[in-house]
Design a protein around this ligand. Structure first.
Ligand SMILES: Cc1ncc(COP(=O)(O)O)c(C=O)c1O
Length: 384
């Protein structure tokens, strides 16, 4: 059988043909009016998608570079920060803040739940010297979504700044950066932004800039100050050579999101998530999150009793070319994750659900073929 691949992971995600094509255009130099035009268009587009007037700084790196930059630019050794972690990516903030010698107050919540804003409020109340709160928006490793609006309201009433990893969130899920009081928002190119991996961006508020002015951790490549100075010069650019072809791609993809309309983009992600969930539940599978705050970017599903999530992922890949993600870290083998963040429509999900039904059947799980598909179709019709 001819092999055709369907990438259904929560990043990297498929790239629309229009976005692929602009990357094939001839190289331009980054200290030219041509590049400046492209770069400004991307940054201004990102501001519209992220609903922010804050400075947006970009780096040639994957999303983690933006996370690390948030730590090193805003704090000094020994600064007390609160890290809410309930998954692999929340823990990355714990690792980074500990690595750089911050005084980390850990708020580790169960991986199948979300951060409780009241816990954050009481930690901030009892420890007013906390200077920063780190939270993951869409926790890709568990399929949950945190209530950034509620957390933002709490943090904005204190002297602390709110740093949010929205690498799998913004551009797919609602993110009102300014209205929700997010001081440093981190995004990456390879998920909702329908671009290959390699561009990280941060949106930095005035409150965060005040912290940046005082921070003493060293920064060089990821310096917010250097990046802002270059962007605010007569010909906006970056201090170092940018990922020019990726900027082209991200600029195009951002325009596509704006042309579709933010409300519509959010709605599309919600519908695909609901269809996927309806599909797996109809197959008698169980969703991993215990809570209802599930991310519209990814559906995390428990592997059925006696079956390994890894076997399901491998069978889907080997037999059907459908690439989904397994569980990470302590969830390895226990769950698998179907991505629907970025350039997907209902028929992409139908491919994933069909392959999943056939895989489960082959691996000996009792199910009626077509049950998941029927539920997904029914859900789709209810929404559209
Ligand atoms: C929520 C979240 N944070 C951080 C990362 C890490 O980003 P990157 O792999 O682009 O460095 C990812 C990537 O999967 C993610 O989903």
């Amino acid at each position: 059988m001819i092999r055709k691949e369907y990438i259904m992971t929560p990043g990297p995600t498929p790239i629309p043909p229009e976005v692929l094509l602009v990357q094939a255009e001839p190289m331009i130099h980054h200290r030219t009016p041509q590049y400046t035009r492209l770069f400004v268009e991307m940054v201004e587009g990102l501001k519209k998608v992220l609903l922010t007037r804050n400075d947006i700084l970009t780096f040639a790196s994957s999303g983690t570079g933006g996370m690390e930059a948030a730590v090193t630019n805003c704090f000094s050794p020994g600064d007390k920060v609160l890290v809410a972690a309930g998954g692999k990516f929340g823990e990355r903030f714990t690792d980074l803040t500990e690595l750089y010698g911050l005084g980390v107050e850990r708020y580790d919540y169960p991986w199948d739940e979300t951060a409780d804003p009241n816990t954050i409020a009481s930690m901030l109340k009892s420890q007013p010297d906390i200077k920063g709160v780190f939270v993951t928006h869409s926790e890709t490793s568990t399929g949950t979504v945190n209530d950034i609006e509620a957390i933002g309201k709490i943090v904005s009433e204190t002297a602390a700044i709110l740093i949010v990893d929205s690498i799998s969130g913004a551009g797919a899920l609602e993110m009102h950066t300014d209205d929700w009081g997010v001081d440093v928002l981190v995004i990456g190119s390879q998920k909702a932004f329908m671009t290959p991996p390699g561009v990280a961006a941060v949106a930095v508020s005035n409150k965060a800039w005040e912290m940046v002015e005082k921070a003493s951790l060293p920064t060089y490549y990821f310096s917010f100050k250097k990046a802002r100075k270059k962007y605010n010069s007569d010909s906006p650019e970056t201090p170092f050579t940018p990922a020019i072809s990726l900027v082209r791609a991200m600029s195009k993809a951002t325009r596509m999101l704006l042309d579709e309309g933010l409300e519509e983009v959010w709605r599309r992600h919600r519908i695909l998530a609901e269809c996927t969930r309806a599909g797996v539940i109809a197959m008698d599978l169980e969703l991993f999150p215990k809570v209802l705050d599930r991310s519209y970017a990814v559906t995390a599903v428990k592997a059925p009793e006696g079956m390994s999530g890894g076997d399901i992922v491998r069978h889907l890949n080997r037999e059907y070319g459908v690439i989904v993600a397994g569980g990470q870290d302590r969830l390895k083998g226990k769950i698998f994750r179907i991505g629907h963040v970025g350039y997907y429509n209902i028929f992409d999900l139908m491919v994933a659900l069909t392959a999943l039904e056939m895989t489960l059947k082959k691996l000996g799980f009792p199910l009626e073929l077509g049950s998941g598909l029927a539920a997904a179709e029914k859900t789709y019709l209810e929404f559209t």
